[in-house]
Write a protein that binds this ligand. Structure first.
Ligand SMILES: N[C@@H](CCC(=O)N[C@@H](CS)C(=O)NCC(=O)O)C(=O)O
Length: 260
């Protein structure tokens, strides 16, 4: 490129058009800027101590109760190791697993040296231990327990039985199917009514009562139950899925074991 052409290319467009270029604001003298003294800066909140070797979850990707526990850890932003238990091969009935879960079921959660079982009880333990999604008063803690007991009594059993039938894992006739379907819908109607009065199930914020319920309601479609006739439940489900850290079973549960 010729020298003159290079100069023209460098010139600002305004000058070329004969207009005065807009004046740059002169930088403020440093002394005039207000710089708060270092001591006045608020200390950043202490980062919670996360021990990645603390938790190991034993379970299976297709298991709703395993997902419930994984969801609690994911929403609490707590990493965990994961051991896949092969139910098809009966690993959950072997002596080395029965020492972790006497009921011969998944999930089991190792927290340090102790194994915790029964997903609702695991949620209660984690809420207490991590101070996440817990009740802040005796009143709230009690409401949460009531909801967790109700969920297993009235919601989880019919939904999981219907899902197991749909997946060919359980066989029962139409009479029993209709019974579970009626029970599941009665539970949904109850929840629909409660969620018409409040955004979250047991408190003014999400708690383990919501995590427990989501761990079942995630699977209603697989149990051939449509939740569109329950608009409050549907809206709550969307709110829950927008929580930071939320993930689907496929997003938070690996297919294979994973050690951290
Ligand atoms: N109430 C238990 C239910 C656990 C459960 O039903 N686990 C199933 C897999 S989703 C299981 O291990 N089934 C095998 C069996 O019961 O023998 C919990 O919440 O942990």
């Amino acid at each position: 490129m010729a020298k003159s052409a290079k100069k023209a290319a460098k010139k600002p467009a305004a000058k070329k058009a004969g207009k005065a270029a807009p004046k740059k604001a002169a930088p403020k003298p440093v002394a005039a800027r207000k710089v708060p003294p270092a001591a006045a800066k608020p200390a950043p909140p202490a980062a919670p101590v996360v021990d990645k070797e603390r938790f190991t979850l034993y379970g299976m990707l297709g298991s709703g109760p395993t997902y419930t526990v994984a969801l609690m850890l994911a929403l609490s932003k707590y990493p965990f190791s994961y051991i896949h238990v092969n139910l098809r091969e009966g690993q959950h009935k072997q002596p080395d697993f029965l020492v972790k879960n006497r009921y011969g079921q998944v999930p089991a959660l190792r927290d340090g040296q102790v194994y915790y079982v029964q997903s609702a009880a695991v949620l209660l333990h984690l809420a207490d231990a991590l101070h996440k999604f817990d009740g802040k008063s005796e009143f709230e803690k009690n409401r949460i327990r009531e909801w967790l007991f109700w969920q297993w009594d009235k919601l989880a059993v019919p939904v999981f039985r219907l899902r197991a039938r749909a997946r060919g894992l359980r066989q029962f006739g139409d009479e029993v199917r209709i019974m579970y379907d009626t029970e599941a819908k009665a539970a949904l109607a109850m929840l629909e009514n409660e969620l018409g009065k409040a955004e979250w199930i047991a408190a003014k914020r999400p708690t383990i009562a919501d995590i427990g319920a989501y761990g079942v309601l995630r699977y209603v479609a697989e149990a051939n139950i449509d939740i569109t006739p329950y608009p409050n439940v549907s809206a709550w489900k969307k709110r829950f899925e927008a929580l930071p850290g939320f993930g689907t079973p496929e997003q938070i549960l690996p297919m294979e074991s994973r050690l951290l």
